[in-house]
Write a protein that binds this ligand. Structure first.
Ligand code: SAH
Ligand code: SF4
Length: 401
């Protein structure tokens, strides 16, 4: 009988994309996907190590699996820290680096030739309309709080021709949205092709589709990227530009390599070239030693920039990082308080921004506008670009008839 697999994904879009390649490897050895974990012969967890809470979830799911009548083979992959790898090796049947994922077939007893580079595996996409396309993996930035460079290794850019061909195939099969993924897409480099040049090449691909990308490091977010965003019609007017803190001293301790003045200048340039561009950010509250005054600078940045969306994280020390050596001296209560203050500012600015859409016509794909605003539409046509008139606005969502 055909064996069944179930994949659990934690973390970011890159992990979703990686899981699509895991699925392809398993389908290649005739496993069949099941949404019911209790009937699976094989359970794969694609884990995230960015926060301890994400790591703890892996233990939670293992406890559940132990109680199943049918005991599946268990595989752990994704972003794994060296120190956790040892611990997890005793708990999982296989712990495997994501870059080695094509070897999974061998580990499961099938002798299939493996691809050298895991990004060359043709993924089993989880969406008909939206494709996650990794353009690079790893990170060289070593922000002092972050485990990604340890868990994912150094930056490797994928050859542009492979990216272009994966996108062409995705557009052919009906994809309307292309997400370019990387820890720092702005430092993409393949021979003479840098990120803005890559955007221009993708923009030339025939067909009707939108281009989105994440993440952008502000230090590498150049004028050339802004021009490419403005001039390429398929690139959507949305940017996630993680600032992490609104205080220059904290930014220095975070090893981010920009000041708030430089960050704001970049946003001003972007808004000038792309009026109406939507902006989101990532924040860490309660970084070691963050005083009330320093936090107030982040709150001020929020009031000044008026973000459309923000992903606010409470600092958690991560083993092996430079910041883990500093005392985690902002209490959890204070971190929660700071998170709440930022959310309250965000709620006001996001609503203010969303109200401007009322009465206007916007182009949408599924539940998002071109600017990546969430939108609730009564008669949605899944997978099609449609134009709707906005009738209502809430902080986190627009509505249309
Ligand atoms: N490459 C991206 C971020 C990847 S990690 C960038 O440069 O911004 C995703 C987010 O997790 C980060 O933006 C940060 O806000 C959060 N994060 C990372 N490490 C963290 C930690 N130790 N504690 C809390 N949040 C963290
Ligand atoms: Fe982590 Fe910084 Fe790299 Fe982003 S740029 S993945 S925050 S080290």
């Amino acid at each position: 009988m055909q064996k069944k697999y179930h994949i659990i994904v934690y973390g970011c879009q890159m992990n979703i994309s990686d899981s699509e390649r895991v699925a392809a490897v398993l389908e290649g050895i005739r496993y069949k996907q099941t949404s019911n974990i209790t009937e699976a012969d094989l359970v794969v967890i694609t884990m995230c190590s960015v926060r301890q809470s994400a790591v703890n979830r892996v233990y939670g799911i293992l406890e559940k699996i132990e109680k199943f009548k049918k005991k599946p083979v268990t595989v752990l992959t994704g972003c794994i820290l060296k120190k956790d790898k040892k611990k997890f090796s005793n708990l999982f049947n296989h712990v495997i680096d994501i870059k080695e994922i094509s070897n999974l077939s061998k580990l499961l007893g099938k002798n299939i030739k493996s691809k050298k580079d895991y990004l060359d595996i043709a993924p089993r996409y989880s969406s008909k309309f939206s494709a996650n396309i990794p353009i690079m993996t790893g990170c060289n930035n070593f922000c002092s709080y972050c485990v990604v460079p340890y868990a994912r290794g150094r930056e490797i850019s994928r050859p542009a021709k492979n990216i272009i061909s994966e996108i062409k195939n995705s557009v052919k099969r009906g994809c309307k949205e292309i997400w370019l993924l990387g820890q720092n897409v702005n430092s993409y480099k393949d021979k003479k092709t840098n990120f803005p040049k890559l955007l221009r090449q993708i923009n030339k691909i025939q067909g009707s589709f939108w281009i989105r990308f994440t993440s952008s490091h502000p230090k590498d977010f150049s004028d050339e990227v802004i021009s490419a965003m403005a001039e390429c019609k398929k690139v959507t007017p949305y940017l996630n530009l993680p600032v992490q803190s609104g205080d220059d001293q904290i930014l220095k301790l975070m090893n981010r390599h920009y000041t708030i003045k430089e960050y704001k200048n970049k946003i001003a340039k972007l808004r000038k070239k792309i009026p109406g561009v939507c902006l989101s950010t990532d924040i860490i509250v309660g970084f070691p030693g963050e005083t009330k005054k320093q936090f107030e600078n982040t709150a001020k940045l929020f009031r000044d920039v008026k973000y459309d969306m923000a992903y606010i994280n409470k600092y958690s020390p991560r083993h092996g990082t430079a910041a883990a050596k500093l005392k985690d001296n902002v209490s959890i209560i204070e971190k929660k308080k700071r998170e709440k203050i930022l959310n309250e500012i965000l709620k006001i600015t996001a609503l203010e921004k969303n109200k401007k859409y009322i009465g206007k016509e916007v182009e949408i794909l599924n539940d998002r506008t071109k600017e990546y605003k969430n939108i609730l539409v009564k008669n949605l046509k899944p997978g099609e670009f449609i134009k709707v008139k906005v009738t209502g606005a809430k902080p986190w969502r627009l509505t249309a008839n």
